[in-house]
Write a protein of this length. Sequence first.
Length: 195
Amino acid sequence: MYHVLKRSRTMDNTRHMLSLTLTALLSLTATASAVEPAKEILQDVTILIITTSQLVLKDTAGKEHTYDITEKTQLSLDGKACRPLDLKSGLKARVMTKTSADVSAISIDAINKNRLFEYMQEGKIVSAHDQSLVMTADDAKTHSFIITKDTKVSCDGKACKAVELPANTRIRITKDKTDEHILLVIEAIIKNPEF
C-alpha cells in the first residue's frame, strides 16, 4: 500500500511540474510574439537644410519632413563617414528611421560624386522567385539574393511581386547594410527609360 501511495504522489508531482513547465513556455511564447521588432523605414530624400542637430528634407512626393540628428545617428557622404555640416542642401540622401512616425534618424547616407548609394546595385534579372533573386550586375558577375516579406518590389514605379518580373528586366536593388544577401528594395523598369 505504501508503494502505491508513494508512486501516486510521484506521478502527481510529475504532472504538476509538467503543468508548470507548459504554463511557463506558453507565457514566454505569448510574450515573444507580442514584442516583435519594429521594421526600419528607408526613405529617398533631397536635403533642404541641415544643422548639427536637425535635418529638413523633401521626399520623392515633394513633402517636407524634419528629423533629429542624435549622437547615435550614422552619417555618410559617398560611402564615407562624415559630420552633419559636411552634408549640403540639394544632395540626394537616404534616411533610415525605426518607424514611419519616428523623428530621430538612425542613419543618413548622402551622395554627391557617386551616382548610386554604397549598398545599391544595378543589373538585369536572371531569375526571380517569391524568396530569391538572381541577377547579373554591371560588372557581368552573377549575384544571388534573398527576398523577405519586407522587401519592397516595384516595376515602373508601381508595387508588384518579384515573381512577376521576367528575365533580362533592368533592376536596381538596395541591399541590407547588416547582411548584403538580403534585399530591402527591388526597383524594376520595363516601360520607363530610367529609374
